[in-house]
Write a protein that binds this ligand. Structure first.
Ligand code: SF4
Ligand code: SF4
Length: 156
């Protein structure tokens, strides 16, 4: 499959050699593994601060491609959608999926072998079973009080 994200950019193995706030814009964008899991709704326990990921997807999420259907104008429809940057990442990392490349690097962990930057294949994130492809339900079909019935397991 063709990769919707430009990968052949930047310095060799930049994600291992430079801090996140020293990456170019293209390198930053290339870090996204295309899993789509940040577009799934989360539940946060007010007492413990624990975050659970559900398979209830944002209304703009396309579950076949794992992409936002209206990325450029998404804020008009979903004003709460967070734009991830080196500045916003520290506050957002705790609720990002555990396999998210930005969260992993923020926590000082390496990327997984299935990351397209390492595998050279955008399909590898889906083959590894860590993407949201073909496993979501749209949020307009599930009332918020039922989201906890759709919690998904994440790697620890
Ligand atoms: S969870 Fe992280 S790696 Fe996956 S699509 Fe979202 S930003 Fe990209
Ligand atoms: S608006 Fe688009 S990018 Fe933001 S959470 Fe929804 S599907 Fe994802």
């Amino acid at each position: 499959m063709s990769d919707p994200i430009r990968r052949s950019v930047g310095r060799p193995r930049f994600w291992e050699r430079y801090p996140l706030d020293e990456l170019s814009k293209a390198e930053w964008e290339a870090l996204c593994d295309g899993c789509g899991k940040c577009c799934l709704n989360k539940l946060e326990d007010e007492d413990t601060g624990e975050v659970a990921l559900t398979r209830v997807a944002c209304r703009l999420f396309d579950d076949a491609t794992c992409r936002c259907a209206q990325y450029d104008i998404r804020k008009q429809f979903v004003p709460e959608c967070v734009v991830l940057t080196p500045k916003t990442l520290p506050d957002a990392a705790y609720w990002m999926p555990r396999t998210c490349a930005y969260r992993l690097l923020h926590e000082g962990k390496p990327l997984y072998d299935w990351h397209p930057l390492i595998s050279g294949d955008p399909q590898s994130v889906h083959d590894a079973g860590v993407s949201a492809q073909h496993m979501t339900v749209p949020e307009f079909e599930v009332p918020e009080e039922d989201w906890e019935d759709h919690i998904i397991e994440e790697p620890t």
